[in-house]
Write a protein of this length. Structure first.
Length: 82
């Protein structure tokens, strides 16, 4: 989200980033507009050195097709869970 006097202004200037998405992040009575073609370049800067992962990711082993766990789903109703 970026600041501007309109969505078009924010989209064309890509100037001030508004991290909270609130108009209060913007100077001079500007508003905060989302869905622009802008990007916040600070988020795209890589680390100085590669980051080493110290723990192996935990991945569950696959379960068999007929396993009862394949029939347990969450939902607000039976129709949503099935």
């Amino acid at each position: 989200q970026f600041c501007g006097i309109s969505w078009g202004d924010a989209n064309s200037k890509c100037g001030q980033w508004c991290p909270s998405g609130e108009d209060t992040d913007c100077p001079g009575g500007m508003g905060c507009f989302g869905n622009t073609e802008c990007y916040y370049s600070e988020d795209l800067v890589p680390t100085q050195t590669p980051v080493r992962v110290t723990e192996a990711p935990v991945t569950r082993a696959p379960i068999a097709y007929g396993d009862a766990a394949n029939t347990r789903f969450c939902g607000v109703s039976w129709g949503m869970a099935s």
